[in-house]
Design a protein around this ligand. Structure first.
Ligand code: PBG
Length: 332
């Protein structure tokens, strides 16, 4: 029997009629508790430098960092991840594991001033080495196992400074196991590891390298970060890090890698994080500045897409702005 249109039984539009009903049947919601805000801490005094390729994102010296933390807390964001820009760099990234290093001092300050703020540190060598690579060099190559020894020193010093969670991002083989062992040996078995397990060699990191002053001085990171063409390899990296003791698995970048987030979420039982990286932020900001898109709407839509794909945690430079919008929509 042919169905006449007047007899349509299924009309999906019934549930889209008003905002009230749309909210009732909504499958995904964003919360301020999904976010971790990246913060750039720079050596020196009285510094608040806007990063030219990331409008609205600043490098702060420790004496001015509270300005940013206070704004985040007012917006409801209670978790940050720190990146350090040291006074000086050398071949082994000494500042990264020094008691007086920029990160160690920043963590001490923050945990004292804001005991309830959850402070994560990025664990890597690239911001601290004069060559800008994520590990220790052997000729022109990053030596995996030597780098692990330095990462161990780095995490122990972060832990001694009082950090809440570590996020190793250097893509060295065995990095999570080496860090877990070093932490446990020093009595820090309660500090979780959020591994940048699946980190692609991506051109979306461009603006970050200006922000963190960490561009490699020669070559690229393709010999340690993942090939953007691969997704089964992402699962291999995730499983390896789980075996090594990771507590949270991160996918990075996020927006162009939503399929990877889906696959990882379906395959593992750990919380999944994604890093909405600098280039993804800057593209939206730039297009919005030109009036080509509605920046706020595109921001919320893309964060929602990450959540819908399966991210439990989103590291994003939009944390503060998105949190303000979420909070506003709760009160109307
Ligand atoms: C490495 C690190 C990078 C990012 C986070 N941790 C840069 C890189 O691998 O070159 C990128 C973050 C972003 O682009 O927002 N320490």
């Amino acid at each position: 029997m042919k169905l006449h249109h007047r007899d349509l039984l299924v009309r999906p539009r019934r549930l889209r009629k008003s905002e009230n009903i749309r909210v009732l049947v909504r499958e995904t919601t964003l919360s301020v508790d999904d976010f971790i805000a990246p913060i750039f801490v720079i050596a020196g005094e009285n510094i608040k430098n806007e990063i030219s390729s990331m409008p609205g994102v600043y490098q702060y010296s420790i004496d001015r960092i509270d300005e940013e933390i206070d704004q985040l807390l007012v917006a409801g964001v209670t978790r940050v991840i720190l990146f350090g820009i040291p006074e000086s760099k050398d071949a082994t990234g000494t500042d990264s594991y020094s008691e007086k290093g920029i990160i160690q001092r920043a963590v001490r300050h923050l945990k004292e001033a804001y005991p309830d703020l959850y402070v994560v540190t990025d664990v890597c060598m690239c911001e601290y080495t004069n060559h800008g690579h994520c590990g220790i060099l052997d000729g022109k190559e990053v030596n995996n196992d030597t780098s692990l020894v330095y990462l161990q020193k780095q995490v122990v010093s972060h832990a001694q400074a009082g950090v809440d969670m570590m996020a190793p991002s250097g893509m060295m083989d065995g990095m999570v196991l080496a860090i877990r062992e070093a932490l446990d040996e020093h009595g820090f078995d309660q500090i979780p590891i959020m591994s940048y397990a699946i980190k692609y060699a991506s051109s979306f990191y461009g603006p970050f390298r200006e922000a963190a002053e960490s561009a490699p001085q020669f070559g690229d990171r393709k010999a340690y970060q993942m090939d953007p063409c691969n997704v089964r390899e992402a699962l291999k990296e995730a499983f390896l890090d789980i075996e090594e003791g990771a507590d949270i698995i991160m996918v990075k970048p996020a927006m162009a890698y939503l399929d990877v987030i889906v696959r990882v979420k379906e395959s593992i039982e750990l919380p999944v994080a994604c890093y909405n990286v600098s280039g993804e932020y800057s593209m939206i900001k730039a297009a919005a500045e030109k009036g080509w898109i509605d920046g706020e709407e595109v921001m919320m839509e893309s964060l929602m897409a990450m959540k819908r794909a399966g991210a439990d945690i989103i590291l994003t430079y939009f944390a503060k702005d998105a949190a303000k919008i979420i909070r506003k929509s709760l009160v109307h």
